[in-house]
Design a protein around this ligand. Structure first.
Ligand code: NAD
Ligand code: UDP
Length: 312
């Protein structure tokens, strides 16, 4: 499918910037909108001379319209736990008000629409692995609720625009994704571990490190999102890598791959930190034949050099 003009909100972020690259490669004109609250201009600096790319610094909670588009990818939202806890109200607003602004654009121009939702919709899951049918176990008033409930609300809003206004919408539930352009300072586990390992500092494990996550490399994630966007599927689809690791074992792999002499250190587990997380990806396989290709060791091998060369 060819989209002539595409809007990417959160386009200066980690995933948004990789999505812009992929869309430009497919020949689309890309308009990236970002308020730079957690994103960084350096993520899109390489696109500054690209005639098919434009950047608008704007908060999507405020009305905007940069002209007709064929597709809207709504990636804007703080995404790291320290990031969204610092920007709690902003996170709730971008998931609600901001998401509706982007849906209005899709409706106005009869454009396709994809919203970046999250495995956090499942909260601290009591079903494992998580299928899209699971309704989740979320604390609605806990410190993570500014993110979890924003994303759950945004899913309801997207489904409402689909049901009431017949917008061709898609919901992707993204599981922990990593790769180059992760913000070294936003506190997510892979970037923290790599930065600490390269600096020879203790690797910080929150709790005893027995909690699990399943880490997806960014190119797999982008391929999954683009494949979903080409379907007519409106209900949520998990995209993530089902290979599950304890955080302690992930730290040991980072230590080994960086050749670091860092020690493992322990710090308190944040409140409501999910104990386990693993996507069931059979729906994505069934609908559009997607599965991840890049295993964790290989993906870390592609990510570590990025952190070795960045200037802080
Ligand atoms: P990121 O912080 O790197 O990117 C998010 C971008 O959104 C940033 O550039 C930020 O400045 C922008 N933004 C935030 N609020 C905005 C607003 N009001 N108006 C305009 N721009 C705004 O995070 P990311 O990892 O690239 O995440 C992208 C999306 O994917 C987010 O919606 C996130 O919730 C979702 N997601 C990511 C992961 C992951 O593992 N990376 C997992 C699940 C869901
Ligand atoms: N974590 C950790 N050390 C860190 C950062 C995170 O042990 O320096 C843990 C965190 O408590 C969680 C997991 O790693 O159990 C993944 O954290 P992240 O913030 O990357 O994403 P989450 O899946 O919690 O949104």
């Amino acid at each position: 499918m060819h989209w002539k003009t595409v809007l990417v909100t959160g386009g200066a972020g980690f995933l948004g910037s990789h999505l812009c690259d992929a869309l430009l490669q497919r020949g689309s004109r890309v308009i990236a909108v970002d308020n730079l609250s957690t994103g960084r201009l350096k993520n899109i600096a390489h696109l500054s001379k690209e005639s098919m790319f434009s950047f608008e610094e704007h908060d999507i909670c405020e009305p905007f319209d940069y002209g007709a588009v064929d597709f809207v990818f709504n990636m804007a939202s703080p995404a790291s736990p320290p990031g969204y806890m610092k920007l709690g109200v902003e996170t709730l607003r971008v998931g609600s008000v901001g998401t509706e602004q982007t849906l209005q654009i899709a409706r106005r121009y009869q454009a396709g629409y994809l919203h970046a939702s999250t495995s956090e919709c499942y909260g601290d899951p009591k079903e494992h692995p998580q299928t899209e049918e699971y309704w989740g176990n979320v604390n609605p008033i806990g410190p993570r609720s500014v993110y979890d409930e924003a994303k759950r609300f945004s899913e309801a809003m997207v489904m409402a625009y689909h049901r009431y206004y017949k917008v061709n919408t898609h919901l992707v539930r993204i599981f922990n994704t990593y790769g180059p352009r992760l913000d070294p300072k936003d506190g997510r586990v892979i970037s923290n571990l790599i930065m600490q390992a390269l600096a020879g500092e203790d690797l910080t494990i929150y709790g005893d490190g027995s909690q699990t996550r399943s880490f997806c490399y960014v190119s797999d994630l982008i391929a999954g999102i683009l494949a979903l966007a080409e379907t007519s599927e409106a209900t949520p689809v998990n995209i993530g890598n089902p290979d599950e690791f304890t955080i302690l074992s992930a730290a040991e792999i980072v230590k080994e791959l960086t050749g670091s002499k860092s020690k493992i250190g322990f710090a308190p587990l944040p409140e409501d930190d999910p104990k386990q997380r693993q996507p069931d990806i059979s729906k994505a396989g069934r609908l559009f034949g997607w599965k991840p290709k890049v295993a964790l060791r290989e993906g870390l091998g592609l990510t570590i050099p990025y952190f070795q060369q960045i200037e802080l």
